[in-house]
Design a protein around this ligand. Structure first.
Ligand code: NOJ
Length: 581
């Protein structure tokens, strides 16, 4: 009897350990590298793989455990690598397969994991698959979404596109191919024909792409443009691709993507099953060698659709569907109530047992410090790093890098070039967020030792750069790095979350776990001083706490003891307080 009780106790203890034991990806900071703009090792003005390998010291020094590389595959670069000509080859201007293998080896030796971009929705129109499909080569006929044109009633002999669908980058999503004498679908640029996921051979090809890179030692994938994988079938609409209805958004023209409501080209039910199938592959690898792999999914969609990526009652899906709520719904006018609302939204919708993630920016959006204001950059970094789960950092966010200036003549992004509008192109351009990383104050910010860069370097690199911020007594980088270190504590890994609006401009986020130090992140979003009594909001707080980290402009300094009943916050403070255990 006694033995049985011991056994039960021991088993309970083991289960407790297993359930508390998080997998690496559940607690990681994932740092997005845009390879073209990170570090150039061969002086051609374009970042490359050896540049990343040389720079791994920075990732390690910052305490970051995982890097995600935007596409490095062979590509004509109409959409800077998201138009892939060969899914299993490296783009020559980025290096060779050997360079890639070397990068993986070096990263692993530093305990840094590498996640790659997986771009399943489309290939390049210069891929062999597309050429074979355009020629109707046996086996490849249905690799892409092909359809006959409709005769133009006003223009005999002319063909109109099969439906009114619009590309994300403006104008018709259909392009006529004179070889095949049919239109093909491209939800992004013309050079990105959509693969046809109703063709089993495509499904298998792309699964093999996943296996190919897993065999090379990558730890997972960020999956691109997931909502676009499937389109409605003509069979379900009287034999024709159905027109999409108008969205009735003011000030849009028929060429604008926002002009239509994308009922038939996004978020189709079949999408989720495809994610579950990819998840199975990652799980198979994990069950073979015991090493967990991760899938992050990109979907700008209503939160209910995004939550379906996580899985359903019977099937696991994406480990981390990107949480774009900060990106989409928080700006430099947002107050503490808006922030709490957005944090609670994700935590409320997320299915039980899943891992949250927090995104401040990426290569497709204005840089975080430009969108939120430099004053708020530390606060935004603090939030994504201290909320439960995974924090995403886009290269440069740790320095509060702002958008670079890119003239119309220098503009490369198809989203901007397609506007043909030298005045308003910047509204659409993603180039300002993609200008080279600021390593130091030498020529071209230390990005290259050559005499040109593919996009201009932002003007402020002499003040805003890694070297200067590492040397300064206080800097955005040092604040960021201190908080990354705090993520290794039990409180942040396993602790509960409580978010409180202290006043309109003051937000407080508490993380706590019994018998562990309490962590409290507090920010004053306004430009005036505020004195707060935290004890009115968090009863468990002790009377005194210690300042663990303080933002660049804060008066309170690291190590200072403060009174939680009378905390004075200066304008734009972001402060992390800890209690003694
Ligand atoms: C999302 C990527 O992040 C973006 O850069 C790209 O243009 C589209 N998907 C198309 O692949």
């Amino acid at each position: 009897m006694l033995q049985l009780r011991w056994f039960v106790l021991w088993a309970t203890y083991c289960i407790a350990i297993v359930t508390c034991d998080k997998k690496w990806w559940q607690t990681s900071v994932i740092y997005q590298i845009y390879p073209r703009s990170f570090k150039d090792s061969n002086s051609d003005g374009i970042g490359d793989l050896n540049g990343i390998t040389e720079s791994l010291w920075h990732i390690k020094e910052a305490g970051i455990e995982t890097i995600w590389l935007s596409p490095i595959y062979k590509s004509p670069m109409y959409d800077f690598g998201y138009d892939i000509a060969d899914f299993k080859e490296i783009q020559p201007e980025y290096g060779t397969m050997q360079d890639f293998e070397n990068l993986i080896r070096e990263a692993n030796s530093l305990d840094i994991r590498v996640v790659l971009d997986f771009v399943p929705n489309h290939s390049s129109n210069e891929s062999e698959w597309f050429q074979l499909s355009a020629n109707r080569t046996a086996g490849y006929e249905n690799y892409f979404v092909w359809a006959d044109g409709t005769p133009d009633p006003n223009n005999p002999g002319k063909l109109l596109p099969p439906s009114n669908w619009i590309s994300v980058f403006r104008k018709s999503a259909w392009e006529y191919n004179p070889v095949r004498k049919q239109f093909f679908l491209h939800q992004f640029v013309i050079g990105q024909p959509d693969l046809n996921y109703r063709e089993p051979r495509v499904v298998e090809e792309m699964k093999n792409v996943i296996r190919f890179w897993l065999d090379k030692g990558v730890s997972g994938f960020r999956v691109d443009a997931v909502p676009f994988l499937f389109e409605s079938r003509p069979e379900d609409h009287g034999g024709k691709y159905p027109d999409e209805p108008r969205a009735n958004i003011l000030e849009t023209t028929p060429d604008d993507y926002e002009y239509l409501n994308h009922l038939y080209t996004m978020n189709q039910d079949e999408t989720y099953d495809m994610i579950y199938q990819w998840r199975d592959i990652l799980d198979e690898y994990e069950s073979k060698d015991g090493k967990p792999r991760v899938m992050l999914t990109e979907g700008y969609a209503d939160i209910k659709y995004v939550m379906r990526y996580y899985g359903n009652g019977t099937h696991d899906g994406s480990h981390l569907p990107f949480n774009f709520e900060f990106l989409n719904n928080i700006n430099n006018q947002s107050d503490a109530r808006d922030m709490k609302f957005i944090i609670d939204k994700w935590m409320t919708y997320m299915p039980i047992g899943r891992t949250a993630n927090w995104v401040n920016g990426n290569h497709d959006n204005k840089r975080m410090a430009s969108r939120q204001g430099i004053d708020r950059a530390d606060a935004m970094n603090m939030l994504v790093l201290l909320l439960p789960g995974v924090a995403l950092t886009y290269q440069g966010e740790e320095l509060a890098m702002t958008d670079g200036k890119v003239s119309w003549e220098e503009t490369k992004d198809p989203a901007a070039c397609n506007t043909d509008d030298p005045i308003n192109y910047n509204k659409f351009s993603r180039d300002p967020a993609r200008t080279p990383y600021h390593w130091d104050d030498s020529n071209y910010a230390g990005f290259t030792s050559g005499n040109k860069t593919w996009l201009p370097v932002a003007d402020n690199y002499k003040e805003v750069n890694l070297k200067a911020q590492m040397a300064a007594a206080k800097s955005h980088y040092k604040f960021y790095k201190d908080i990354v270190a705090l993520r290794k504590t039990n409180t942040i890994i396993n602790g509960d979350l409580e978010v409180k609006v202290i006043s309109e401009p003051v937000l407080a986020v508490m993380r706590y776990l019994p018998n562990e130090p309490i962590v409290l992140a507090i920010t004053n979003l306004s430009s005036s001083e505020h004195t707060v009594n935290l004890l009115e909001f968090f009863r468990v707080l002790p009377e005194n706490m210690t300042v663990y980290a303080s933002s660049i402009a804060a008066k309170l300094q690291k190590g200072e003891r403060i009174s939680t009943s009378r905390l004075v916050l200066s304008p734009h403070d972001a402060i992390v307080l800890v209690s003694s255990a």
